[in-house]
Ligand binder design. Structure first.
Ligand SMILES: C[S@@+](CC[C@H](N)C(=O)[O-])C[C@H]1O[C@@H](n2cnc3c(N)ncnc32)[C@H](O)[C@@H]1O
Length: 220
C-alpha cells in the first residue's frame, strides 16, 4: 500500500470555473435536509464525552479515518478536547485509544449532519481540521468536494482556526478561494515540507513522493 500511490489526475488545470457560482447558490438556499437519527445519537454521545471533561476548548477532526490525527491532536493540545468524526465503521474500528489520554473521542457519523447539528446546538470549536478529504478530482464532481458542498458555509460559520490538507494543489487553492469569499481571515496556502506524517494518507502520499499542501484560515 505504501509508496505506490498515483498522483491525483484531473480534467481541471486550475480552480473550477463554477466555484463562485456554486458557492453563491448554496449561500442563498438554506440546506434543510433533516439530520438522521444515528448521526444525532453519535453527535450527542460525543458532546456528552466532551462535556464530561469539563467543557475544554474543542477541536474537530473531520474525516478522521482510523483516528491517528485525532490522537496526535489530543497530545499536541492536551488542554483541548478532540472529537474525530468519520462515516467509516471499518476505519474507526482500527482506532486504538491509548490509556493515558482522556481528551479525545472518535465517533461514527456523517459530517454533513454533524456540522449542522453543531451549528444548531451553538457549539463553537476552537480548531477544525479536514485532513486529506476525498479529492473528487473530476470537474463534474465539484459538488462532492467539501468547499463545493452546500454544507461548507456551515463549517465556516462554526468558526475557529481551520486547516485543510491535500495532495492535490487545486483542492487547496479552491478551498482558499471559497474561504475568502465567505469572509475568513489570515488565509494561507503553503506547501508542507519536511513533515512528520500525522495520518495514514499523509504517510502514504509522502512515501509516494507527492507534494502536500495545506490551507489555513481564521474563520469569522
Ligand atoms: C481520504 S480519507 C482520509 C482519512 C484521514 N483523514 C487520513 O488522512 O488518513 C477520507 C475520510 O473521510 C471520510 N468521509 C468522507 N465523507 C464523509 C462524510 N460525509 N462523513 C464522515 N466521514 C466522511 C471517509 O470515510 C474517509 O475515512
Amino acid at each position: 500500500m505504501f509508496g505506490n500511490s498515483s498522483p491525483v489526475q484531473s480534467n481541471q488545470a486550475g480552480p473550477h470555473h463554477h466555484l463562485v457560482r456554486q458557492l453563491e447558490r448554496h449561500r442563498h438556499s438554506p440546506f434543510l435536509k433533516p439530520a438522521l437519527d444515528h448521526n444525532r445519537i453519535a453527535f450527542e454521545a460525543s458532546v456528552a464525552a466532551w462535556k464530561a471533561q469539563g467543557n475544554l476548548p474543542l477541536i474537530i477532526d473531520a474525516g478522521c479515518g482510523v483516528g491517528s490525527s485525532t490522537l496526535h491532536l489530543s497530545k499536541t493540545f492536551p488542554d483541548h478536547f478532540v472529537i474525530g468524526i468519520d462515516q467509516s465503521a471499518d476505519r474507526l474500528s482500527r482506532h486504538r485509544p491509548p490509556d493515558d489520554h482522556g481528551n479525545h473521542v472518535c465517533v461514527r457519523a456523517d459530517l454533513v449532519d454533524y456540522w449542522r447539528l453543531m451549528q444548531a446546538a451553538g457549539i463553537r470549536p476552537a480548531r477544525q481540521y479536514v485532513l486529506y478529504p476525498n479529492p473528487w478530482p473530476k470537474a463534474a464532481h465539484l459538488g462532492r468536494r467539501w468547499h463545493g458542498h452546500p454544507v461548507f458555509p456551515t463549517i465556516v460559520e462554526l468558526g475557529g482556526y481551520f486547516e485543510c490538507r491535500s495532495n492535490w494543489h487545486i483542492y487547496i487553492q479552491e478551498c482558499a478561494q471559497t474561504l475568502h469569499r465567505l469572509g475568513a481571515g489570515s488565509i494561507e496556502v503553503e506547501r508542507l515540507e519536511a513533515l512528520v506524517p500525522i495520518t495514514p494518507f499523509e504517510r502514504k502520499y509522502l512515501a509516494s513522493g507527492h507534494s502536500l499542501w495545506r490551507c489555513t484560515a481564521q474563520l469569522p
